[in-house]
Design a protein around this ligand. Structure first.
Ligand code: SF4
Length: 216
């Protein structure tokens, strides 16, 4: 078995190679507008990614900036979100837009300290905005990300909700290279959704299988 640094190198080489041929395209991946990315991340919470596209496009079309969305009627946003479920997010999105409009002069801030002041923004959304909009080496960690790193690297957590485990998040982030951070995060998401799935992972077709802790 390779040492940890070599193992991480193999992981990222193979994962990014896979990603170049299998990446998914979504409208929020082709923008660096922090507000649009923020809206997408609210909609993606606990929701299948393909369902989100229509609602995302509609909200951004009607309300391209925080000042407009802060004034939106909640019923209108609820109607757009209804097909996705978790309708309480309509209020969250409007409240977040209000905070940005009132406290940050209409611009989504780029620091973790300021982002956490925005209604409904936790570590995952904060990390996503800092990485996808501002290019920071930030790693949004959810259960899908944890699953891949647990299986491949053997990383574990004794917390009931491992995504709240700061030490685990730091360990995952420490494997990331310093460059190409956006693609690295997208590659993890796409690979966890297509290959290292929650049930019946496709280990037989997996380019990481020879080094995966789950299989060795
Ligand atoms: S070998 Fe299986 S468990 Fe390991 S990373 Fe690949 S799909 Fe996941």
């Amino acid at each position: 078995m390779s040492n940890e640094i070599e193992k991480a190198e193999i992981f990222w080489n193979e994962l990014l190679k896979w990603y170049r041929e299998n990446s998914r395209e979504f409208p929020w991946r082709s923008t660096e507008d922090p507000f649009h990315i923020l809206v997408a991340e609210f909609l993606l919470q606990q929701t299948h990614v393909r369902k989100v596209e229509e609602a995302y496009i509609e909200i951004i079309r009607r309300y391209p900036d925080p000042a407009g969305l802060a004034e939106a009627e909640i019923e209108e946003i609820e109607d757009i979100i209804k097909p996705l479920g978790l309708i309480y997010r309509a209020e969250r999105i409007i409240n977040a837009a209000k905070t940005i409009a009132e406290k940050y002069e209409g611009k989504v801030p780029g620091s973790a300290e300021e982002l956490k002041e925005i209604y409904g923004v936790g570590q995952y959304i904060s990390g996503a905005v800092r990485c996808y909009a501002f290019g920071e080496k930030a790693v949004p960690v959810d259960t899908n990300v944890i699953r891949l790193f647990r299986r491949f690297f053997g990383f574990s957590s004794d917390k009931i909700r491992p995504r709240t485990d700061g030490e685990l998040r730091r360990k995952i982030k420490s494997t990331f290279p310093d460059v190409n951070i956006k693609d690295c995060n997208f590659a993890v998401l796409d690979f966890a959704a297509a290959v290292c799935t929650a049930s019946n992972p496709k280990c037989g077709d997996c380019p990481l299988s020879t080094e995966c802790a789950e299989n060795n």
